[in-house]
Design a protein around this ligand. Structure first.
Ligand code: PGA
Length: 255
């Protein structure tokens, strides 16, 4: 975490969890626990049907609510999809794009991730762009090549001005939901590698300002060590974002 140059962001990814009532209860529980903790931005990304209830519960607090995906077209025959215009209409500011579960189970590719990213940015939204290697790629020693390629393809045609609204979440796929966390050294090395790629694409000054989170089994026990690394500017948290005490401990580790 390097607060001198960039904002620390602790974001929860609720995935397919929480009904509107459950989300309301959760936000009401955690709101006082994170009140006044302003050294990081706090976001929860919620299922579409839960966003409105979560936003109402979070109103007036330092908690922001985002979405977990967005389609790249504005409207039309895309059954089951939701556009950036629709999210914007209900006041959603943040959206996760390119999560490995979308890539793995729902056919998301770097091409569609790039299209979704551009559509969200064009609508004034802030994007949490997820990328990371699978286990075989890490074992084969090609993690740097994989994240470099994803960074370049996912951000193709995104200019430096638009990049101000992009947060990158480095999420090694083998660490997501597995209880296996990257070591702080692994997280630092790969987040640093992504920053080098950004420096090649946009210049070092711009790269220094981009928030790069780590995600993958980050929790109350390991957050402090991970967040202590200079290139790890926050976390994208799945499992631990469903438990108020655990998420609050991660926010505290970022203070
Ligand atoms: P996890 O999920 O914290 O449960 O590993 C992280 C993510 O998928 O963003």
């Amino acid at each position: 975490m390097n607060p001198a140059n960039r904002r620390t962001v602790i974001a929860g990814n609720w995935k397919m969890n929480f009904t509107p009532d459950e989300a309301t209860a959760f936000i009401n529980e955690i709101k006082p626990m994170v009140a006044g903790k302003d050294n990081c931005d706090i976001i929860f990304c919620a299922p579409y049907v839960t966003i409105d209830a979560a936003m109402k519960a979070a109103a007036g607090s330092n908690i922001k609510i985002g979405a977990e995906n967005v389609h790249y077209e504005e409207k039309g025959a895309f059954t089951g999809e939701v556009s950036a215009k629709m999210l914007k209409a209900i006041g959603v500011e943040y959206v996760i794009i390119g999560h490995s579960e979308r890539r793995q189970y729902f056919g998301e590719t770097d091409t569609t991730v790039n299209l979704r990213t551009k559509a969200a940015l064009a609508n004034g939204m802030k994007v949490i762009l997820c990328l990371g290697e699978v286990k075989e790629q890490r074992l084969a020693g090609i993690t740097n090549e994989v994240v470099a390629m994803q960074t370049k393809l996912d951000l193709a045609d995104v200019d430096a001005e638009a990049l101000k609204n992009v947060i990158i979440a480095y999420e090694p796929v083998w660490a997501i939901g597995t209880g296996l966390t990257a070591t702080p050294e692994q997280a630092e090395e790969t987040c640093g590698e992504i920053r080098k790629v950004l420096a090649d694409m946009y210049g070092a000054d711009v790269a220094e300002t981009v928030t790069i989170q780590y995600g993958g089994s980050m929790n109350d026990a390991n957050a402090a060590e991970l967040l202590a690394k200079p290139n790890v500017d926050g976390g994208l948290i799945g499992g631990a974002s469903l438990v108020a005490s655990k998420f609050t401990a991660i926010v505290d580790a970022a203070q």
